[in-house]
Design a protein around this ligand. Structure first.
Ligand SMILES: Cc1cc2nc3c(=O)[nH]c(=O)nc-3n(C[C@H](O)[C@H](O)[C@H](O)COP(=O)(O)OP(=O)(O)OC[C@H]3O[C@@H](n4cnc5c(N)ncnc54)[C@H](O)[C@@H]3O)c2cc1C
Length: 418
């Protein structure tokens, strides 16, 4: 058997598993991708809000600095679909919306004094030069207060960290926030942030990857419940594979694998309501909510994507929460009422504007990257490779890093078995 005849099983048909499968297929390996859901894409998967149109279940865009993802679009010859779009960002504070796009907007914010604004601006520039090794044992709270002062932390960062991580807000690693600053440098043109979003949604990327991997090598609606380690490989559904790649959360992998010395990593879940309105709700693509509402962001997709006829204004809410949160057990109609009751505080006449809604839920949406976090190893041994959304550390999880991790595993396997 030539080494490239080795069979490889990949658990997870999200963007990481698909990227890995694509690079391995390209190098001549035989892969089988197992995805528990009926369709591919994981967190990036889509639905049809209207005929012939696809939309992500969870809001998505990429940045100009997302080189791995952009390169993948180029390799698949679909980069002409990836359109740069000017993003409009706002803050919602004390029931009022404030622009947050240019320096002048920031200078005009009434809820910060000039001293806080100057500290904010300087810290934003300087923090991104800090290497991970210097900050891994600090919290985001500590470094933000140190660099920007208590006022900036209390007014801006604490609500944002609370919105994303809830009760873990004070435990989050300084590396997590600093590497977000790093990522966001180089995402602006003429002082304004440019985001990339494909013409026909990210489904175009999922379809292009699926085509390259080959239908016969992809098994959807196929949850892996058990994997047996045997002789020189792994048994899945009575079939032996030489190499195994896991792209699912660590706790899920341990459950499937039975035994494993892989460290558990805690994740937050997410509930993502998608509302369809007759008229736009705001003028912003992304509104950071500083008002203590249950959701931390209002994402008005149709304020970023103007050239698609969605027949509605589409608004997502960003809500991360612990898996044990009772909201996860609520049915869709109750959740709709719950979120509308909060939106009504900002938009009292919202019911008249409403056309419809969808609710999407996921239990592993965001790894909780606490102070002292260490990137877990990828290679368990030369036939078992494990990655996850936590492996993108010190960068936060994202499409770009899922592609990078998938490619990284493929490169390791190609090197080890060539
Ligand atoms: C609300 C939200 C908004 C986001 N917005 C952005 C954004 O704007 N830009 C950006 O870059 N990133 C964004 N992200 C992050 C991005 O979606 C992820 O980083 C990326 O999609 C992760 O891909 P993945 O393949 O690593 O994981 P996943 O997409 O989670 O894929 C894992 C796959 O494994 C499958 N699976 C799990 N268990 C099993 C099993 N036992 N058997 C078979 N299959 C299994 C799952 O169904 C899933 O399809 C967002 C995430 C969320 C939650």
């Amino acid at each position: 058997m030539t080494k490239r005849n080795k069979s490889i099983a990949i658990i997870g048909g999200g963007i990481c598993g698909l990227s890995s499968a694509y690079y391995l297929t390209k190098a001549g390996f035989k892969v089988s991708v197992f995805e528990k859901n009926k369709s591919l894409g994981g967190l990036l998967s889509t639905f049809s809000p209207c005929k012939k149109i696809k939309l992500e279940k969870f809001y998505h865009h990429i940045f100009l600095s997302d080189k791995e993802a952009i390169n993948l679009f180029k390799e698949l010859e679909i980069e002409s679909n990836l359109i740069p779009r000017q993003s409009k960002v706002g803050f919602l504070k004390d029931g009022k919306f404030y622009d947050f796009n240019k320096s002048i907007d920031f200078l005009s914010l009434p809820f910060l004094n000039l001293g806080s604004k100057i500290r904010f601006a300087f810290a934003g520039i300087s923090l991104k030069f800090l290497p991970e090794i210097l900050i891994r044992n600090l919290t985001a709270k500590k470094i933000l207060i140190y660099a920007m002062g208590k006022k900036n932390y209390r007014v801006i960062w604490e609500p944002l960290l609370k919105g994303k991580f809830g009760r873990f807000k004070s435990d989050i690693s300084a590396a997590w926030i600093v590497y977000r600053f790093k990522k966001r440098s180089g995402t602006r043109k003429n002082g304004r942030e440019i985001l990339l979003y494909p013409t026909a949604s990210f489904q175009i990327l999922i379809d292009a990857l699926g085509k390259k991997i080959g239908k016969k090598n992809i098994f959807t609606g196929f949850p892996i419940k058990k994997i047996e380690e045997k002789d020189d490989g792994y048994i899945i559904n009575n079939k032996k594979y030489d190499i195994l790649i896991s792209t699912v959360a660590e706790t899920d992998f341990k459950e499937i694998f039975g035994k494993s010395n892989i460290k558990d990593i805690e994740y937050l879940g997410a509930i993502c309501p998608v509302f369809f309105f007759k008229k736009p709700l705001t003028k912003y693509y992304w509104t950071n909510v500083l008002d203590g509402l249950p959701f931390s962001g209002i994402i008005e997709h149709t304020n970023l994507i103007k050239n698609v006829n969605y027949k509605s204004s589409i608004v997502y809410l960003s809500h991360y929460l612990q898996k044990s949160d009772p909201l996860f057990k609520m049915n869709d109609n109750d959740l709709e009422s719950y979120y509308l009751s909060h939106l009504k505080k900002i938009f009292p006449k919202i019911n008249k504007n409403l056309k419809g809604f969808k609710i999407y839920r996921v239990s592993n949406a965001q790894p909780i990257i606490k102070k002292g976090f260490k990137k877990p190893p990828i290679t368990v041994n030369n036939k078992l490779y494990v990655t996850s959304m936590a492996h993108t550390y010190p960068f936060d999880r994202g499409i770009n890093y899922a592609v990078r991790e998938g490619k990284n595993i493929a490169t390791k396997i190609i090197k080890a078995h060539s």
